[in-house]
Design a binder for this molecule. Structure first.
Ligand code: HSE
Length: 428
């Protein structure tokens, strides 16, 4: 069995795919009986191709040569971003090629349109590498768990953010130093705002939610909050109370509606997700008949992601003579719940002046909005002065998010409050 492969892009992931196709060719054939033959690479930066022996591979800087090569069975789009990636994928499908992509942003924004084209052209569009790198979560949701109702998914799906939060937590390093390391290791997006502002996680959340609930989830309906506001103080107060902070993608079915949200979350230290550190990803899935299952592995980096691309190539080779599998089924149109309707527990960090009555005023406003306090700690400072800011940490019982937000709007107007109150949701 043979599959002739064209690759567009020889950057971090593309380079990994090229390396594996060239160097693991014999091993893959022995293990699987499949010959994955690298036939063609399109890359405009010829320097990126220098490390490889490409004597048996056509290289060009022009997509048309690849698309029009009748021998190519499958095109791997590994340049990322929206354009020209979107046009290349459409052209490849319309030219009768299967497509494998790792492009989460493109899928999150235009996945529905691309899936329709794949269906019309009777070709497969595969995207295992787009979510959580080497973790086979797409295959798991589309095949292994496709016979059961998915109740919820909680995922650590951005390696850069998990790396930053882990090193802040366990090594006390500061945000900027760790971000630079993540960039040097090839985990971070360009620009890294896509990671740290939560958008990359939202793209993956969109793909997971769409797969789980059989409907295209509009990206702009997903609530997104990144990790840029997380401070050393939050990390350390969370630790004292028995939590670690993780950026989670959460999708859940609640009262016939869909919750899809991305935000930093206090995860109890004894939860399985709390032990997922550094660039590792994990996806925790709860389903009706299988109960909880956990999937763990490297979610970023050259070879873990390239391995996921190769797994799609292998699946395509096995299915070469079969009718194409649909990339995604659309059979539902459920409402995406507003974040204001969330019933959750909250960590609130107030930064306030330290004079008589401050705590009373804060608590009165929370009570007026039906937000019940579960614990309250004021952090002592070394030197005391009424005008010096102190941190007050309040944990709430389960409350309605819109009520908590209304209370905070009122509290933040008090003259004792020094900076906007910081809210972090607790994993439930
Ligand atoms: N920037 C992404 C991450 C790469 O850090 O997880 C993998 O999608």
């Amino acid at each position: 069995m043979k599959l002739k492969v064209g690759v567009i892009g020889a950057g971090t992931v593309g380079g990994g795919v090229i390396h594996l196709l060239l160097n693991h060719h014999g091993y893959i054939k022995n293990q699987t009986g499949v010959e994955l033959e690298l036939k063609h690479i399109v890359e405009i930066k010829s320097d990126l191709l220098k490390p490889y022996d490409l004597s048996n591979v056509t290289t060009s800087s022009d997509i048309e040569t690849l698309i029009n090569d009748p021998e190519i069975d499958v095109v791997c789009e590994l340049i990322g971003g929206i354009e020209p990636a979107k046009t290349f994928i459409i052209k490849a499908l319309q030219a009768g090629k299967h497509v494998v992509t790792a492009n989460k942003m493109l899928l999150a924004k235009y996945g529905d349109e691309l899936c329709k084209i794949a269906k019309e052209t009777k070709k497969e569009l595969r995207y295992e590498a787009s979510v959580a790198g080497v973790i086979p979560i797409i295959k798991t949701l589309k095949e292994v768990l496709s016979t059961t109702h998915i109740e919820s998914i909680c995922g650590i799906v951005n390696g850069t953010c998990n790396y930053i939060l882990s090193r802040m937590t366990y090594e006390g390093l500061d945000f900027d130093t760790v971000l630079k390391e993540a960039q040097a290791n090839g985990y971070a997006e360009t620009p890294p705002d896509l990671d740290i502002e939560g958008y990359d996680t939202a793209h993956k959340c969109q793909i997971l939610a769409s797969l789980c609930f059989g409907m295209p989830v509009p990206l702009d309906k997903i609530y997104v909050e990144g990790i840029t506001e997380i401070t050393h103080s939050d990390v350390s107060y969370a630790n004292e109370m028995g939590y670690v902070i993780k950026l989670l993608a959460i999708v859940r079915k609640v009262e016939g509606e869909i919750e899809a949200r991305v935000h930093p979350t206090l995860v109890p230290q004894n939860h399985l997700l709390a032990s997922v550190r550094n660039e590792f990803n994990a996806v925790y899935v709860e389903s009706e008949t299988a109960g909880p299952t956990l999937y763990y592995g490297k979610g970023a980096g050259r070879f873990p992601t390239a391995t996921a691309v190769l797994s799609d190539l292998l699946s395509l080779a096995y299915r070469k003579e079969s009718p194409p599998l649909p990339p995604f089924n659309h059979y539902h149109d459920l409402n995406i719940r507003d974040i204001g309707l969330l019933q959750n527990r909250y960590y609130l960090r107030f930064t306030t002046k330290d004079y008589p009555g401050v705590l009373g005023r804060i608590c009165t406003i929370l009570g007026k909005h039906q937000v019940s306090i579960s614990s309250c700690h004021q952090k002592e400072t070394l030197s005391y002065h009424q005008a010096l800011p102190v941190h007050v940490i309040i944990m709430t019982h389960e409350s309605l998010e819109s009520s908590v937000q209304s209370a905070l709007t009122e509290i933040d107007k008090l003259d004792c409050i020094v900076e906007p109150t910081h809210l972090i949701r607790v994993l439930q």
